[in-house]
Design a protein around this ligand. Structure first.
Ligand SMILES: Cc1cc2nc3c(=O)[nH]c(=O)nc-3n(C[C@H](O)[C@H](O)[C@H](O)COP(=O)(O)OP(=O)(O)OC[C@H]3O[C@@H](n4cnc5c(N)ncnc54)[C@H](O)[C@@H]3O)c2cc1C
Length: 412
């Protein structure tokens, strides 16, 4: 009889895990609280596959940068005060040092590159290869000091095996067709690629079919003799041999039910997708000072940004949305605020660990629970490799990459 796996959470991490586990012959069930037409954080994100993001969120200067941005209510960073957020910030601050960056960056690049390569096979197997574009990512800067900082990353990227080159100011216009850009220059990461998140997520959902149980919220867990024996949901009880916790920003709260301490906050962000943009952007870009990502994709050009640290809540802060539009217009004068009129904002919660690294590994206290969450700004990128690594753990095979830095209990 095949071994039964219950995956809690049907975002990109849970779906990728279910996909690879199914290939290995497991009897898979995915439980998701949302309805069949709602997809957590994995739907409206910017769809960038980013080996370029090899510096973890917890890095030198991030606390100072956050404090500088905080007073601006339309700025790209904010937080809602709670004890959880405060505790998280204290651990975050401890990790903002060069040693943490040094020991994390190689692993992040390896995870990203392995995932991008898995995406190619995955998209081909699912019949959606056309959604993946290998056109790089341009980091665009308005200020000389930011540009100098970005340019200093080029040799560091090269050392890690990534292809990054300077973009001269005169070449910025080539990032679109008759596109006006007000900026000093930038850096092009040729190793990055992009996709339309909804296309890949829907293809995975179609593949998994009725193995996905929607509107099915895990409410409590039953633990017996050091193992999870079942989870109780809003619908019924699910018994399995193995359980995977992949509930995105809600995983921290659920981890408590499993007796696991895993600090986590939600990094709230928004996206706006313009079906008919006033000018054509042909290369994905990040407007560095505004922290806005722009991705041309199926259905329009998507503008994503802001990071508000909070407990999981999906309310929309109009100030932040206004800030995204303002930033876009300051870099791209053709994209006036009016261009966004009538566009429905999307809100998503990035599952953020306090050291900027995901939690991937076996739970120390329960022999049949595996954790896969905390991917923050890189969850779309790292979906396939996470699913692949978790499946290796379920099969009791040694993982392709060391999971030492990603242990779920590393803050206990
Ligand atoms: C504006 C924005 C732009 C982004 N851009 C990028 C990008 O360009 N590249 C990139 O790599 N990443 C990007 N990200 C990050 C990425 O979207 C996330 O890291 C990723 O989607 C997280 O996936 P997940 O599967 O862990 O969580 P989710 O997609 O949130 O899925 C978790 C699921 O678990 C379900 N769940 C929660 N609790 C329960 C429960 N008790 N019972 C059952 N189900 C439950 C939820 O309903 C949800 O569907 C972006 C995020 C934002 C907000």
């Amino acid at each position: 009889m095949p071994r039964r796996v219950v995956v809690i959470g049907g975002g990109i991490i849970g779906l990728s895990t279910a996909y690879y586990a199914l290939q290995k012959g497991f009897d898979v069930t995915v439980l998701d609280r949302d309805s069949a037409d709602s997809y957590g954080c994995s739907w409206g994100n910017s769809g960038l596959l980013v080996p370029s993001h090899f510096v973890p969120l917890a890095a030198p200067g991030m606390v100072q940068l956050g404090l500088k941005m905080l007073p601006n209510r339309q700025g790209p960073f904010g937080f809602s005060f709670s004890l959880d957020v405060l505790r998280w910030m204290m651990i975050f601050a401890r990790h903002c040092n060069p040693r943490h960056v040094e020991r994390s960056q190689q692993l992040l690049v390896e995870l990203c590159l392995a995932s991008v390569s898995l995406y190619e096979n995955l998209a081909s197997d699912l019949g959606v290869s056309a959604t993946i574009h290998k056109r790089g990512l341009a980091m665009i800067c308005r200020d000389s000091s930011t540009l100098a900082h970005e340019l200093a990353m080029v040799p560091r990227a090269a050392k890690l095996g990534l292809n990054a080159v300077e973009i001269q100011q005169k070449d910025l216009q080539k990032l679109g067709e008759s596109l006006e850009i007000v900026a000093k220059g930038g850096v092009m990461y040729n190793s990055d690629s992009d996709l339309t998140p909804g296309v890949i997520v829907q293809a995975l959902r179609d593949q998994l079919g009725d193995r996905i149980k929607s509107s099915c919220e895990v409410k409590s867990v039953i633990v017996e003799n050091g193992k999870v024996s079942a989870v109780k949901t809003s619908k019924e009880e699910f018994v399995a041999d193995e359980f995977v916790l992949a509930a995105g920003s809600w995983s921290g709260e659920l981890a408590n039910d499993f007796g696991l301490k895993m600090p986590m906050v939600a990094g709230k962000g928004y996206s706006l997708t313009l079906p008919n943009p006033p000018s054509s952007i042909t290369t994905p870009m990040i407007l560095v000072e505004g922290r806005v990502a722009i991705t041309p994709m199926t259905g329009g050009t998507r503008f994503g940004g802001t990071m508000e640290l909070t407990r999981p809540d999906l309310s929309i802060n109009q100030n932040r949305l206004a800030g995204i539009k303002k930033s876009v217009e300051s870099f791209l004068p053709q994209f006036k605020e009016a261009a966004f009129q009538g566009v429905e904002p999307w809100v998503g919660l990035r599952p953020c660990s306090p050291d900027g690294l995901p939690y991937i590994g076996r739970a120390p206290n329960l022999s049949n629970l595996t954790v896969a969450t905390g991917h923050a700004m890189m969850g779309m990128t790292l979906g396939p490799i996470t699913g692949h690594l978790v499946t290796q753990l379920l099969c009791e095979e040694p993982p392709n990459l060391s999971l030492e830095l990603l242990k779920p209990n590393r803050f206990c």
